[in-house]
Ligand binder design. Structure first.
Ligand code: CAA
Length: 257
């Protein structure tokens, strides 16, 4: 039995962390299952992923505290390395990943959402890094990605004070792009995923690469990277069909590359 489910809906894959009785908490086994599901995504057939948690209450309520309670420093290091490796794999997928945050996204759950490209939240979503209240630091990328996403001062406040924030505050600080009533969240995430999947796949992938790689570079190196990724789109059938259709004032064919 796997703790992570996968469903393919046309060009969109839906990944669900499915350990509802523990609010989808991440232990080494769940992380292993998540990695296996991510590795198995057919990138020829999939243009966007939606990542969510099973049930109405939690996206992911964090790393498994019971499992961590008996870890030695070496075991803690290995667990952090495992989580970081899986989340980096998600971040580096060539296709966009949307987190549909349907409730608690605490600790490892907040960190999992941060490894996704876009976060949409339900009205009952709660984000936070409660680790310092448990005697540890965030261990799955939270000390790095939260500051990069919402700014250093706010990230430090949340981490040092172990303070959670509800959906409206997460929206106001740019952690999430939009907030929906719980029952509308998945439809909204799928609608966005399908809209992304309806655009030129190579262009979407090159755009993701440009934004993510550029953020790690100085601005001169980053703007020098853009012409290369831009150029790689020229000559694709999608670029030729879409631009010819625009010039001929007609609707273009579906994107295929
Ligand atoms: N680890 C293990 N089990 C967890 C869990 C977690 N992170 N979060 C919830 N659960 C389990 C509870 O133990 C409980 O199990 P039982 O029914 O067997 O008792 C079940 O899920 C339901 O949880 P609650 O009864 O606590 O539900 P609640 O509605 O009263 O509270 C909550 C919900 C506020 C999210 C609360 O469960 C909570 O505070 N959870 C822990 C959140 C947290 O601190 N996360 C950070 C973990 S540290 C981390 O993630 C480190 C890292 O970066 C790698």
């Amino acid at each position: 039995m796997s703790f992570v489910k996968y469903e393919q809906k046309d060009f969109v894959g839906v990944v669900t962390i499915d350990r509802e009785k523990a609010l989808n908490a991440l232990n080494p086994e769940v992380l292993k299952d998540l990695e296996a599901v991510i590795d198995a995504v057919d990138l020829d057939k999939t243009r966007c992923l939606v990542l969510t948690g099973a049930g109405q209450k939690a996206f992911v309520a964090g790393a498994d505290i019971g499992a961590m309670s008996t870890m030695t420093p070496d075991e803690g290091r290995a667990f952090s390395a495992q989580g970081n490796a899986v989340f980096r794999k998600i971040e580096k997928l060539p296709i966009p990943v949307i987190a549909a945050v349907n409730g608690f996204a605490l600790g490892g759950g907040c960190e999992l959402s941060l490894s996704c490209d876009i976060r949409l939240a339900s009205e009952n979503a709660v984000f936070g890094q409660p680790e310092t209240g448990l005697g540890i630091t965030p261990g799955f990328g939270g000390t790095q990605r939260l500051a990069r996403t919402i700014g250093v001062g706010k990230a430090k406040e949340l981490i040092y004070a172990s303070r959670n924030m509800k959906a409206p505050e997460a929206l106001a600080c740019g952690l999430v792009n939009a907030v929906y009533p719980a029952e509308e969240l998945m439809d909204a995430a799928l609608k966005l995923a399908n809209r992304i999947a309806g655009n030129a796949p190579i262009a979407v992938r090159q755009s993701k690469k440009a934004v993510n790689m550029g953020l790690q570079m100085d601005i001169d190196t980053a703007v020098a990277l853009e012409p290369e990724l831009f150029a790689a789109c020229f000559g694709t059938q999608d670029q030729q069909n879409a631009m010819t259709a625009f010039c001929e004032k007609r609707k273009h064919d579906p994107f295929i590359n």
